[in-house]
Write a protein of this length. Sequence first.
Length: 208
Amino acid sequence: MENMSLFRTETHEGGTRRIKASYSLSGSILLALGNLKSTVTEGHFRLGMMELPWLVLENLTSDEDDDEDESVSYDSRLVEFYRETHRAFLAHADDRLAVAVFLQPLVGTDDTALSDEVKAAWWYPELKREISNRTPFYRDARRVLAELKERSRGERQICIADLSDTFRDVTETVYADTGHLFPNGNRIVAARVLDELASCGLVVKPAP
């Protein structure tokens, strides 16, 4: 990850490259072909008749390439980017603007054992690939939030909280995939956010 800008990430750079490519006929054709390939082989609406030969082609690649893809390790610089980004947001807090920083819940970021339903979900293989990066990042992100919270102690217009344990005692299914929530999960998180904002004195929680 070479680009560590707070406000212009690799995603922005990629978007700029795509925009420049779209100005030419050849570039537009390449972009269209790339989009078509992603749609029929990678998206949720992928076509089996296109995906199967693509999987065969991928399986023909060397084991060395596969090992390289699987060995991508957690980049500890991500947490520094996380820290500086949140410090930049918190710096905007004043008597007219309140800032809240929350760490959201994601599958596998708390100590809750994964259920058989989760392991049978269509998105579980994706989680298995992500968890080696997600776990250390959340460990470091919690430390950063604790530091920022301590530094902001006494600031009335700042609210910082770790919400990643929101579903620790919830037994119902709340995740639609590795991070997005079903409506019931959104309601649970919204209630937790309201509690945290009220605890910080930024809102008045309505009487039950």
